[in-house]
Design a protein around this ligand. Structure first.
Ligand SMILES: [Fe+2]
Ligand SMILES: [Fe+2]
Length: 280
C-alpha cells in the first residue's frame, strides 16, 4: 500500500508560492486513509493546502506531537475542514508551556502552548483520545510517546519552561510524541519537535518495538543547541539504523542541517512545505 507524507507547514518552503512559518504540519495518506500530524501555527495551513489542491476532508484522525503553538495553532482551521474528528494526543498536551528567550522577544516567560483550550477545541469538534505510552493507533501507525529520558543523552532546551501555579521550572515537555509509520519495507519515523530527544526516541524504538532499521527519519529534530560532537553522535545513530532517507526540518537548526546534509549527501533532503515523500 502506498503512503504519501506531504509537508503542509514548515519553517522553509520547498515549492514556489508556499507560505513558510515557524511551525510544522503533515498530511499522511495511506491507501484510502487520511491523517493529519500536527497543524502548524495557523499561518499557512489553509493557503498551502489550496496550492496542493488538497483539503482535510476525510481526515479520520489528527495526531498531535505536543502542545506548542507552532503545532497546535492551526487546529481551528483544521477542524473547520475535517468536521468532528478524533484527536490523538498525550494527556499533558495542554500543559502550560512557556519560553524565555530575549531573541524571541521574551525577556519574561511567554506562553507558547496551545492557543485554544481543550474545551474550545472540543466545541470545534475535537474528540480527544489520550495516549501516554507507545502503542499502535491505526493499521500500520504507532503513536510513540512516554519515551524514557536517558541522562547522558538528554539535552534539555534551557529556554523552555513549564508553569505550575506561579512557579516556572525547566519543561520536560512530557507530552512529546512521534509517529512510526510502517511501509512495505522498514518503517518511517515522523517527528514533530523530538523534544523527548531524538537519541532517546531511537533507543525507545529499539527497546520497546525492537526496531533495528528505519527507512526514513522525517520532521523536526530539535538539534539547534547541540554541539558538533553531539550532532556527530546523532549522525552515527542514524547510520546504526541504516536510514535510507533523512528529511529533517522545522526546529532542527541550521548547523545540524548543514552537518546532516554534508554527511548523508543524496540520502538527505529538506522536508520543506510542499514536499511529498512517497513510500510503497
Ligand atoms: Fe516544540
Ligand atoms: Fe516546534
Amino acid at each position: 500500500m502506498r503512503t504519501d507524507i506531504t509537508i503542509l507547514c514548515d519553517n522553509y518552503v520547498g515549492r514556489p508560492g508556499f507560505i513558510g512559518e515557524h511551525g510544522f504540519s503533515t498530511l499522511i495518506e495511506s491507501g484510502d486513509n487520511r491523517y493529519l500530524f500536527d497543524a502548524g501555527s495557523g499561518v499557512g495551513l489553509s493557503f498551502n493546502l489550496k496550492l496542493l489542491e488538497k483539503t482535510l476532508k476525510g481526515v479520520s484522525r489528527i495526531f498531535l506531537s505536543h502542545g506548542h503553538y507552532d503545532h497546535t495553532g492551526g487546529l481551528k482551521t483544521a477542524l473547520q475542514e475535517t468536521g468532528p474528528v478524533n484527536v490523538v494526543a498525550h494527556p499533558k498536551v495542554f500543559s502550560r508551556h512557556f519560553v524565555k528567550n530575549p531573541l524571541m522577544f521574551a525577556n519574561e516567560p511567554r506562553y507558547i502552548g496551545s492557543p485554544l483550550s481543550k474545551e474550545e477545541l472540543a466545541a470545534l469538534g475535537a474528540q480527544f483520545t489520550w495516549v501516554d505510552q507507545t502503542r499502535q493507533v491505526e493499521d500500520g501507525i504507532w503513536f510513540v510517546t512516554g519515551v524514557p529520558s536517558k541522562p547522558d543523552q538528554s539535552f534539555q532546551d534551557p529556554q523552555l519552561l513549564l508553569q505550575e501555579g506561579d512557579a516556572f521550572s525547566p519543561d520536560p515537555i512530557s507530552d512529546d510524541a512521534s509517529l512510526l509509520i510502517e511501509t512495505s519495507t522498514d518503517p518511517v519515523l515522523l517527528l514533530g519537535c523530538a523534544h523527548a530527544g531524538v537519541l532517546n526516541i531511537l533507543d525507545h524504538l529499539q527497546d520497546t518495538l525492537k526496531i533495528r532499521k528505519l527507512r526514513a527519519i522525517l520532521g523536526g529534530t530539535h538539534l539547534m543547541f547541540f554541539s558538533p560532537e553531539r550532532i556527530a553522535a546523532v549522525i552515527q545513530r542514524f547510520e546504526d539504523f541504516g536510514v535510507e532517507q533523512v528529511g529533517v526540518c522545522h526546529c532542527t537548526g541550521m548547523n545540524a542541517v548543514v552537518a546532516l546534509g554534508a554527511h548523508f549527501k543524496d540520502r538527505f533532503t529538506a522536508a520543506a512545505a510542499g514536499s511529498v515523500f512517497s513510500y510503497d
